[in-house]
Write a protein that binds this ligand. Structure first.
Ligand code: GLA
Length: 415
């Protein structure tokens, strides 16, 4: 359950105190959204391909592929299930897509060992439901939370369409959902979806994760999500996370990204750390994609027990595409502390050609602990699964990084 009083506290408190619903590390699993909406224009079922059969097949794939055993244990149904509201106020689902109903589907998903997520909006509509009546949860916050929790959901994403953009009103809308979730007495992951960085300072007092930017429907908007993350990184910590959006896959989504960009997104989301919710058609993806999301070393960075956020230590906001100039390089370096006096570091290159990126002594000094910094370290390349350098103070490390949206990810282990 969440503790509302902490809304009043400032962000420099220990965020582990702000939540006690038991969910500490970032959420991992699947979301229907970018999978479903990728079929918006050409899917077999029109606007949204989201359906019971598809979700069940995805769930089974998460087990057979090994993703579930790596920690991807949530199956979240985004927009596309909630058809309308009866005159008595109760919700009803789209039983053409979900013949077992949302409770039936939830029971089945949980019987497979997964958590189950559902979606609504805090405003008076859902975001792009041409197909459905304008059903939002405004004025029905408690009733709708109860409905979804009774259907078995323990992850609720609450979007912001047709909701007020006044900050105080938005916070108070979301507090109604938080209080309703607390009142159920169940552990419910509360995922706020307000698309703005101004949620970050109060996010941990409201829920477990909060969107900080618009939809990351390709590498250019995802670059924006990273820029925003750089500005609010310190508000994220154990139990309450900035959410720079779902893991959209390679190519599948309209306007999507390359294989390398999908891997770059995953690298950076592991480093931030942020929720790892795969939102693409895993039933049609490549071996490269499975290898990307199955990297246990990267996942371990994401799920590290310290939960400390990565900071951008070199570089400024990136664009994509980006042509490098001396005043505006197209590269970033991010660094972060891990448990057991280890660290992680990421290099990003949005320029149009490969380049060498160097973290020098002043770069390392920005994220190594000033009190217990190791004197000698091993740098391990998380994608090569190999130790690539041994450094002694003062540290300097250079690596070649491909262009057009490529990220390298390293762990730094004291010798
Ligand atoms: C918004 C959200 C997305 C998704 C869609 C559903 O765009 O940001 O993550 O939930 O709505 O329509």
């Amino acid at each position: 359950m969440l503790i509302p009083l902490l809304l009043l506290l400032t962000a420099d408190i220990d965020l582990t105190l702000a939540l006690n619903n038991g969910f500490t590390t970032p959420a991992m699993g699947y979301s229907t959204w970018n999978d479903c909406s990728s079929m918006r224009d050409n899917g077999p079922q029109g606007w949204c391909w989201n359906s019971e059969d598809h979700v069940k097949n995805v769930t089974l794939y998460f087990k057979s592929s090994g993703l579930f055993h790596l920690g991807y244990n949530r199956i979240n149904i985004d927009e596309g299930w909630l058809k309308g509201r009866y005159t008595n106020g109760s919700l009803y689902e789209d039983v053409e897509k979900f013949p077992s109903g949302m409770k039936g589907l939830g029971d089945w998903i949980k019987s497979q060992g997964f958590h189950y997520g559902l979606y609504t909006c805090r405003g008076t509509c859902q975001c792009s439901t041409g197909t459905y009546s304008a059903t939002g949860s405004y004025g029905y916050e408690k009733e709708d939370v109860d409905w979804m929790v009774q259907a078995g959901a323990d992850y609720l994403k609450v979007d912001s369409c047709c909701g007020s953009q006044d900050h105080a009103t938005a916070f108070s809308d979301y507090a109604k959902f938080r209080d309703a979730m607390n009142a159920t007495g169940k552990q419910v992951w509360f995922s706020l979806c307000g698309w703005e960085s101004w949620y970050a300072p109060v996010g941990a007092s409201l829920g477990n994760s909060w969107r900080i930017a618009g939809d990351g429907s390709g590498w250019a908007p995802l670059t924006n999500c990273m820029n925003v993350q750089a500005s609010v990184a310190t508000y994220s910590g154990l139990g309450g996370w900035n959410d720079p959006d779902l893991l959209i896959g390679p190519k599948v989504y309209v306007g999507g990204q390359t294989d390398a960009q999908a891997r770059a997104q995953f690298s950076m989301w592991c480093l931030f750390p942020a929720n790892l919710l795969i939102s693409q058609n895993v039933l049609q993806w490549t071996d490269y994609a499975l290898e990307t999301y199955s990297n246990a070393e990267a996942i371990a960075i994401n799920q590290d027990s310290l939960g400390s956020p990565a900071q951008r230590v070199v570089g400024t906001d990136l664009t994509y595409p980006c042509s490098p100039s001396p005043s505006q390089p197209c590269t970033n370096i991010w660094g972060r502390r891990l448990s057991n006096n280890r660290y992680a570091m990421g290099f990003v290159n949005n320029g149009n050609s490969p380049t060498n990126i160097t973290c020098n002594a002043s770069c390392f000094a920005k994220f190594l602990s000033s009190s217990s910094s190791p004197k000698s370290v091993t740098i391990r390349d998380v994608w090569a699964h190999a130790d690539v350098a041994k450094l002694t103070e003062p540290f300097t490390f250079t690596a070649p990084v491909d262009g057009n949206g490529f990220a390298a990810l390293f762990t730094i282990v004291p010798n």
